[in-house]
Design a protein. Structure first.
Length: 118
């Protein structure tokens, strides 16, 4: 059974940092793109960052560029999101997403709450 489990969310003051982690299990994710999305209250889910393991490529949404860094480890089965210089607008539920580059089959984690106070 495939599972994505996020951790590392919490409450932080503006200007602070958080590191989110996503642990994937149930299969090998080295051929999957893993990404982070977020959803603020009353807003649509938004792309934050993505990473491929074998080609070592990374992609960022405009809100993440220059402040967030995505990384992969554990043979591609974990993904982390280092978030620096956090702003109140970064508040939301952050979701881990994995998508097969071959079949486009995808999976979502349950999400972790990030709250940035001003």
């Amino acid at each position: 059974q495939v599972q994505l489990v996020e951790s590392g969310g919490g409450l932080v003051q503006a200007g602070g940092s958080l590191r989110l982690s996503c642990a994937a299990s149930g299969r090998t994710f080295s051929s999957y793109a893993m990404a982070w999305f977020r959803q603020a209250p009353g807003k649509e889910r938004e792309f934050v960052a993505a990473s491929t393991w074998r080609r070592r490529t990374t992609y960022y949404g405009n809100s993440a560029k220059g402040r967030f860094t995505i990384s992969r480890d554990n043979g591609g089965d974990t993904a982390a999101l280092q978030m620096d210089n956090l702003k109140p607008d970064d508040t939301g539920v952050y979701y881990c997403h994995a998508e097969s580059l071959a079949t486009l089959v995808d999976f979502w984690g349950p999400g972790t709450q990030v709250t940035v106070s001003s």
